[in-house]
Design a protein around this ligand. Structure first.
Ligand code: HEC
Length: 137
């Protein structure tokens, strides 16, 4: 019993994975080839190119209040409904509460995933809200 508990704890601790470094320029190219820009612009890098008028537009990159880690981005790409950054609303989610982002797992190679993530990661900047200490008389 104790041994099993220890295994369970050890299992939870190690969840990170490490992928080889990607090629940012190739990632940008693949982002365009896979038409990710039909729903996304990327701050200062890629314009939104909707395929139909009124299509979804979610900006990637730019200033965020919390670090977008490599793992966050990979998760968003291979499992789009895992965590919805905009909550449920009919622009970005279906009435069943699933992300409207298609699942690319059958189309995208692992190399493309690595390159696209390397391209997107540095486009995010973290903004830390100013910290005010209030003095009460
Ligand atoms: C049909 C529209 C559509 C296409 C095409 C699409 N996405 Fe998305 N994507 C979305 C929507 C909608 C969300 C936001 C869901 C949410 O988190 O609320 C999203 C979220 C994301 C996020 C997380 C953003 C964040 O702020 O957390 C990443 C990263 C992302 N997409 C990458 C990609 C990549 C890479 C491709 C191309 C392989 C792609 N998307 C293609 C609709 C799309």
């Amino acid at each position: 019993m104790i041994v099993m508990t220890l295994f369970a704890i050890a299992g939870c601790e190690r969840k990170e994975f490490v992928l080889p470094p990607g090629d940012k320029a190739a990632g940008k190219q693949e982002f365009l080839e896979l038409k990710c820009n039909s729903c996304h612009s990327v701050t200062d890098q890629v314009e939104h190119a909707p395929l139909t008028p009124g299509a979804i537009h979610v900006e990637l990159g730019g200033t965020v209040s919390r670090v977008k880690t490599y793992d966050d981005l990979i998760t968003s790409i291979i499992n789009p409904s895992h965590r919805l950054s905009r909550g449920t609303n009919l622009m970005t989610t279906t009435p069943e509460g699933q992300s409207r982002m298609p699942v690319y797992n059958e189309i995208m190679s692992v190399q493309q995933l690595i390159d696209i993530t390397s391209f997107l990661e540095p486009t995010y900047q973290v903004w830390v809200p100013p910290y005010a200490v209030y003095q009460y008389p």
